[in-house]
Design a protein around this ligand. Structure first.
Ligand code: HEM
Length: 402
């Protein structure tokens, strides 16, 4: 029997293909590497080298309209929400440098004990139950707790903040615009951050918000709007991506018992589990760019003003770089992975994401190494840029005591 070929249409709103977009990506890489989606008005680049080149060429593949696949959210005011993610050098370079004065590697490193503590608290809450929804009870909570801790959001406000951040990115089936609930939540989040900044100005603490208020570069400081924009970006960029990473890691390890055996034999392999999950099924699947001048690629012409979508999820499965790319293999070389991007926008939170991933999965693996996924309860998120689970029920015998 001849197997039906997957469609050649790449449609980020066709959520049912989110079940497994990789066969579509493969066909695009093989047959249509510069794919045109007329309905949504973009070009999709699927090969590793093309995605990598576009990441590194911010002059021709600009971020100044943001990175969203949503047509409504791709415009020249995107930086009001997305801060320097939606800017080009030299403005982006300067803003990023200023923010980096506060968001230092040291600040990230110092968070490890606290991340472990929060992780253990969450695990403790469900460990005795024998089952949980890994997203609702763990992966959906930890990243926002960590960001809240980092920027100085008090405990009692964290739940609300998480709800807003989740709503900002949630999309309804068949709707290509930004839903009203997302816009309202964005406003609430901004107001909250505004109040928090005012509070920290009056009563500085040792959190990131306080240090951003005094961060200086050549005598220049960040304007209040810049700080709000950056904190908003952290709440969006650092929250759901890490949530998806954790649940994707649990899911794929469960689907690959041989890899799970390897991990059981050597728990020191947790960082490899994180890296291979990022390559194999990254939370960030696609990022948009604005084409600024005509670009010839594989016989097609992208015109100035066109939108190009960089398919990171496809690049990470390109057989030209990753041998046997559809195999989930903890021992493979993932150093070429594009999961955190490349070039001037390379993820500023990559080391925090890796730290969170390692600590969270070390603790999970130590407490519930023998979990099973209840596949009847799995739900996927509806989001155009990210991929992962909205619900991932797991069952486990009896959590080992600490
Ligand atoms: C698994 C987790 C994560 C993934 C897969 C991820 C992925 C990415 C990617 C691909 C980019 C580049 C975007 C572009 O080129 O347009 C990016 C940028 C960024 N990420 Fe992450 N990220 C993660 C976690 C985090 C965390 C935890 C934070 C901070 C708390 C964070 C903060 C940022 C910021 C601020 C930028 C913008 C950098 C710039 O424009 O210069 N990310 N991320």
């Amino acid at each position: 029997m001849v197997e039906a070929l997957p469609t050649l249409e790449y449609d980020p709103y066709a959520y049912e293909t989110h079940e497994d977009p990789y066969p579509v990506y493969r066909r695009l890489r093989d047959e249509d590497p510069v794919h045109r989606n007329e309905r949504l008005g973009f070009w999709a680049l699927s090969r590793y080298q093309d995605v990598m080149d576009a990441f590194r060429d911010s002059a021709r593949f600009s971020s100044r309209h943001g990175v969203s696949l949503d047509p409504d959210a791709f415009h020249d005011r995107a930086h009001t929400n997305m801060s320097f993610l939606a800017m080009d050098p030299p403005r982006q370079t300067r803003m990023r440098a200023l923010v980096s004065r506060g968001f230092t590697p040291r600040r990230v490193q110092d968070m490890e004990p606290r991340i472990r503590e929060i992780t253990r608290e969450h695990i403790e809450a469900f460990a005795g139950a024998g089952r949980c929804d890994f997203v609702a009870d763990f992966a959906g909570k930890l990243p926002m707790d960590v960001i809240s801790e980092l920027i100085g959001v008090p405990r009692e406000d964290r739940g609300e903040l998480r709800t807003w951040a989740d709503r900002v990115v949630h999309r309804e089936e068949g709707v290509t615009g930004v839903p009203p609930a997302a816009a309202e939540s964005a406003i609430k989040l901004v107001r909250y951050l505004q109040d928090m900044i005012a509070d920290r100005r009056a009563r500085p603490g040792d959190d990131l918000t306080s240090s951003l208020l005094v961060a200086e570069l050549d005598g220049e400081r960040l304007a209040e709007l810049d700080i709000i924009g950056f904190l908003f970006l952290m709440a969006i960029a650092g929250n759901e991506t890490t949530t998806k990473l954790l649940a994707n890691a649990m899911y794929w390890l469960w689907r690959h018992p041989g890899e799970r055996d390897r991990l059981r034999a050597d728990p020191g392999m947790v960082p490899l589990w994180v890296e291979e999950t990022l390559r194999f099924d990254n939370s960030t699947q696609a990022l948009a760019r604005l084409v600024t001048e005509d670009v010839e690629l594989h016989g097609r012409t992208l015109r100035a003003g066109d939108k190009a979508v960089l398919l990171v999820g496809s690049a990470n499965r390109d057989e030209r770089i990753f041998p046997d790319p559809d195999r989930y293999d903890l021992l493979r070389d993932t150093s070429q992975s594009l999961s955190f991007g490349r070039g001037n926008h390379f993820c500023l939170g990559a080391s925090l994401a890796r730290l969170e991933g390692r600590v969270a999965l070390e603790e999970i693996h130590a407490r519930i190494p023998d979990y099973e996924v209840d596949s009847s309860g799995i739900e996927r998120v509806h989001s155009v840029n990210v991929r992962g689970f909205a619900a991932l029920p797991i069952e486990f015998p009896e959590a080992s005591t600490e």
